[in-house]
Write a new protein. Sequence first.
Length: 445
Amino acid sequence: MSAVTAVVGGTIVSPSGSVAGDVLVRDGAIAAVGEVDRTGAEVVDASGCLVLPGAIDVHTHIFGAVADDTRSALLGGTTSMLAFVDAEPGERPVEAARRTIADELPKAHADVALHTVIWEPEAYRPGDMRDVHALGVGSVKLWLAYIELGIMADDDVAFAVMQEAAALGMVVLAHCENGRVIDVLTRELVAAGEMGLGSLPRSRPIALEAECVHRFLAMAEVAGSTAYVVHVTGSRPMQELAAARGRGQAVYGEACVHHLLFDESCHHGDDALRYVMTPPLRSPGDRAALRGGLVRGGLDTYASDHCHLRLDRDKVPVADDFTRVPTGVPGIAARLPIGLALAGEDGLTVERLVEVACAAPARIFGLPGKGAVAPGNDGDLVVWDPAAPSAITLEGLGDGLDWTPYDGFELPGRIRHVLARGVHVVEDGTFIGEEHRGAYLAVGG
Ligand SMILES: [Zn+2]
C-alpha cells in the first residue's frame, strides 16, 4: 500500500469544533489538514462522514489476550490504550513492566502505554516508582479495595506511593471503595447464606465509594500528587471530585460505558451474571449524574475498563457464589461507537466526546502525538458514517470472547475506516490490519 493516504471530504472533529477538510497522512504521521495535495496518495472517501482522532482508552486489562483485544480496539476506533500491567507473585513493578514490554507488546495491533499497579502493597519500597518511571511508565494504580485478594493498599502504603509518584510527576489512579467495610459486609452476607449475585451491590454501597474517593483525594492533596479516580459511578463520588477541584487540586474522574448505560436493576435480573463488575451499577439518578458529568465537565474521561473474561469459562462455573465470579466486562470495541450513540442525547456533543475519549486521555497521561487531528501527530484516524445505522454484534467486536454486555445495542452510524499510524487497518468495517503492529508508548521519560 501507499505510504501516503488522503482522507477526503469529511468533517474533522476536535473538542473546539468541527470543520470540513481533508487529512493527508505520510509515513505514519499527519502531514497536512485542510486543503491537501493528494498526488500519489491512496484516497479514502469520507464524504458525509465524521473524521475523528484515533480514540484512546485509558482503562484496559489486555494482557494475556493482547492480539485479540488490540484487534478489537482498532475495529472500534481505538488506536491507543493505556493498559494495567499484571505481575507474577514477587515481581517488582519494574520487572513486571519489563517482562510485559518484552513478551506481550510485540503481539499488539494498536499502540499501548502502561500503568504500573501496586499488586503487593506490603512489598512496596521507595524507588519502585523511580525504576518503573525510567522505563516510560507515567502512572500507577492503587487498589483501595480487595483486601481478600491481598492487593488492597492501606493508607500508609498508598500515601507513600503517592509521595514518590508526586516527586516523579506520575499520575496516581485509584480504585476507590472502602475495602475493609466491604469485607465485613461480604462476610455477613456469606454467613447468612446469601450467595446470589444480588449480594454484590449490597456489599458495596456507593457511600463506601464516596468515602474512599474523599480519602484518596485528601491523601493526594497532602502528597501533592495528581489524582485520577477510575470508574466513578454516581453523584456522591462526583461531589467529592468537585470539592477537591474547588480546592484547586489536580483531580480527574473517569466514566465507564457500563455505568453510563445500565443501572442496579441489572444485578437482580435473570441475566445478572452479565453485569458482575465493581463498583456495581447504581441508581438511575446516579446514571443520569454520570451522563451530566461527561457533558458538563464533572468527569474528564470516557473509558471501557475492558476485561478479557469469558462467560462459559470464567463466570458460569461459579455463578452461584457472588464472591467467586470474576468481576469485569469486555468493551474495548464498543466504547467509541456507544459514545457516538450517546452523543446527541442529553447534550453530549461529538466534540465533547472527542475531548473525553481522545484529547483528554492524551493530555492527562502525556501521550505526545495522540488525541487530535493535527499536523505532526500520529496518523491515527477514525471515519464514522452517521448515515449508516448499525448494531453491536459479537462477531463485529472481534475480541474472541463468547459474549458482550452490549449485544444488539443500536448505533446511529458505523465505523467505515480506521488508520493506525497511517496504516489502513479497518476498511469498510473489516479488519485488515493483521500485519500491523502497535508501538509501546513510553511517557514521562
Ligand atoms: Zn479495571
